[in-house]
Write a protein that binds this ligand. Structure first.
Ligand code: 6GU
Length: 273
């Protein structure tokens, strides 16, 4: 997979040399190119932004540097043999970046990232490249970052670990929270390793029992418990058919009840709520 990133802070992407993404690059699974947007400015001050039409606060990134940069980066990629580019535009106004989107992006051969600063990029840039390639406008969460560079790091890591031969063990993402399957939409429960007792804290007995069925059941209960506490929205989104009797019992102990139609589970609201 080829990755191009155009940014006014190329050094912000230095972490792409380390850890999992760095290894993927070293193994030749990822071909990363980071470009300084200011290379495509021609005035003395290397201007990339200007005041917004219609007024209002902040600055807007100008069309011309982005257009010239993307044209050249796209041409260079094709020249190097890359095909099928997709534009990934990190923005708090994008659609949520989920595991599903990560899987979709991991299946593309070439991603072009355009992290913006200020109030964002003049809309015409996205409109122009949308006529030539798929565009993914994505947000990494409901908070506002000063720029899209940190989002590029997040997205790249989520995508890179899905590439064949990067994690080393294909089983490793089978049980990921948010991966499809029986545990779909459940968060992962706690994990433990040696020693069996640390500062008076014991590893749960069941994990030392060697009883695979009981261990699987315990893990599912813990996953359900964590999800119900931390992400009630995920529990509500679960297909009720995916809950077995023990699941229902666990949810009930946590104060959840089924809707009258028996389809959806919802934590009953207390008087204060
Ligand atoms: Cl992708 N960019 C910025 N600037 N803020 C964000 C974001 C992206 N996702 C959430 N907040």
């Amino acid at each position: 997979m080829r990755l191009d990133v155009v940014t006014i802070f190329p050094e912000y992407l230095d972490p792409l040399d380390v850890s999992l993404v760095g290894k993927a690059r070293a193994r030749g699974r990822l071909d990363v190119h980071v470009h300084d947007l200011r290379r495509w400015t021609y005035d003395r001050h290397h201007t990339v932004d200007d005041t917004p039409y219609g007024g209002g606060p902040g600055m807007v990134m100008k069309t011309e540097p982005w257009g010239d940069a993307l044209d050249e980066v796209i041409a260079a990629g094709y020249e190097a043999g890359a095909r099928g580019p997709a534009l990934v535009v990190p923005t708090p106004s994008g659609r949520p970046f989920t595991q599903e989107v990560a899987v979709e992006l991991s299946q593309r051969p070439w991603l072009l990232f355009t992290p913006a600063r200020y109030e964002g990029i003049d809309r015409r840039v996205v409109d122009e490249y949308a006529t030539r390639m798929p565009v993914y406008e994505v947000s990494i969460g409901d908070y506002v970052l000063a720029g899209g560079e940190a989002a590029v790091l997040v997205i790249t890591e989520a995508v890179a670990r899905l590439l064949p031969g990067v994690l080393g063990n294909a089983e490793s993402h089978r049980d990921d929270s948010f991966a499809p399957g029986a545990m779909a939409n459940l968060l992962e429960g706690p994990v433990y390793t040696k020693p069996p007792v640390w500062r008076g804290h014991d590893v749960p007995d069941v994990l030392l029992s060697g009883h695979h069925g009981r261990i699987a059941r315990w893990r599912r209960d813990e996953a359900l418990r964590r999800t119900a506490l931390n992400r009630p929205d995920l529990v509500e989104r679960c297909d009720p058919a995916a809950f077995d009797r023990k699941d229902r019992e666990t949810l009930s102990l946590l104060g959840w009840a089924s809707e009258p139609d028996g389809r959806f589970w919802r934590r009953p609201r207390t008087v204060e709520e």
